[in-house]
Write a protein that binds this ligand. Structure first.
Ligand code: C2E
Ligand code: CA
Ligand code: CA
Ligand code: CA
Length: 270
């Protein structure tokens, strides 16, 4: 075997090298995807408990790959984050979501996921402001979903960024709530508009008293803090009934509709 130069690494760690090569080629593919418009958004309805109507949608990215078909976000977002392409991918999501939502006759809200890595870009607030200005979307119709990790690292500067975003008039949701740790403390550091209860709790609620207690604690607390709560991953009528009993304000899940491309966006519930 060759032991000199670049090949030495390959000799000792063929699997690492293969992974590195796959990542490099994925990075190049992703760059092309950005330029060719292969990154699209699917929209999943969010239903209001009070009115039983669709009040908004979460924008979820899909990569329409010419060779591999539809690629799911968990298969490319982490690579975009590692390579720094997430800044462009994230801007694409913001611009596209604002443009598409601006044309919706029902004027529902649109929620866009922000990667914690995007907070490392000092232009984030400017990018969001431009997406709003270019599309003409009313800021109140845009919601940004962040995860606890944004509050964990660089918390002071990130909280300042969140305040600046909020000053644009957009809403901020705390996603995947309950999956991190010391979650409750975060609610003091910033006034979130919405908490999204992670689907793992919704799905375990039927069998696990612990999961149900956590859902109950979140809805109880959110109710008194006047924060909206969206339960994610609602798949069954039994889950829906339970979540209504707990006083969740909004629901999202396959029971109401799967994420759909812009052209097939679900406009009314069946
Ligand atoms: P997330 O933000 O927690 O999004 C919810 C995920 O749950 C979506 O997966 C959605 O399709 C799925 N889901 C919705 N209802 C149900 C249900 O009833 N049952 C089950 N089992 N799943 C349901 P998806 O679309 O594969 O997205 C996965 C993750 O990728 C998202 O999790 C989010 O963290 C990330 N992501 C998606 N789009 C973007 C984006 O534009 N930017 C960034 N930074 N991340 C994104
Ligand atoms: Ca989300
Ligand atoms: Ca989530
Ligand atoms: Ca998640």
């Amino acid at each position: 075997a060759k032991r000199n130069g670049r090949n030495r690494y390959e000799y000792f760690h063929p699997e690492l090298d293969a992974a590195a090569r796959r990542r490099r080629s994925m990075e190049m593919d992703l760059r092309t995807a950005l330029h060719l418009g292969q990154l699209q958004l699917y929209y999943q309805p969010i239903v209001d408990n009070g009115s039983n109507q669709i009040s908004g949608y979460e924008a979820l990215m899909r990569w329409q790959h010419p060779g591999n078909g539809l690629v799911m976000p968990l298969d490319f977002i982490p690579i975009a984050e590692e390579t720094g392409l997430i800044h462009e991918v994230g801007a694409r999501a913001l611009n596209l979501a604002c443009q598409e939502a601006a044309s919706w006759p029902g004027k529902q809200t649109v929620a866009v996921n922000l990667s914690p890595v995007q907070f490392k870009n000092s232009d984030l607030v400017k990018i969001v402001g431009l997406a709003l200005a270019d599309s003409g979307l009313e800021p109140e119709r845009l919601e940004l979903e962040i995860t606890e990790s944004v509050l964990l690292e660089n918390s002071e500067s990130n909280i300042d960024t969140l305040k600046e975003l909020k000053a644009l008039g957009v809403s901020i949701a705390l996603d995947d709530f309950g999956t991190g740790y010391s979650s409750l403390g975060y609610l003091r550091s910033f006034s979130f508009d919405r908490i999204k209860i992670d689907k793992s709790f919704v799905q375990d609620m039927g069998e696990s008293r612990e999961a149900l207690s956590i859902v109950r604690a979140i809805t109880g607390m959110s109710g008194s803090l006047l924060i909206k709560t969206t339960a994610e991953g609602v798949e069954t009528d039994a889950q829906l009934e339970q979540l209504k009993a707990e006083g969740c304000s909004h629901f999202q899940g396959y029971l109401f509709g799967r994420p759909q491309p812009a052209s097939e966006r679900i406009e009314v519930l069946e």
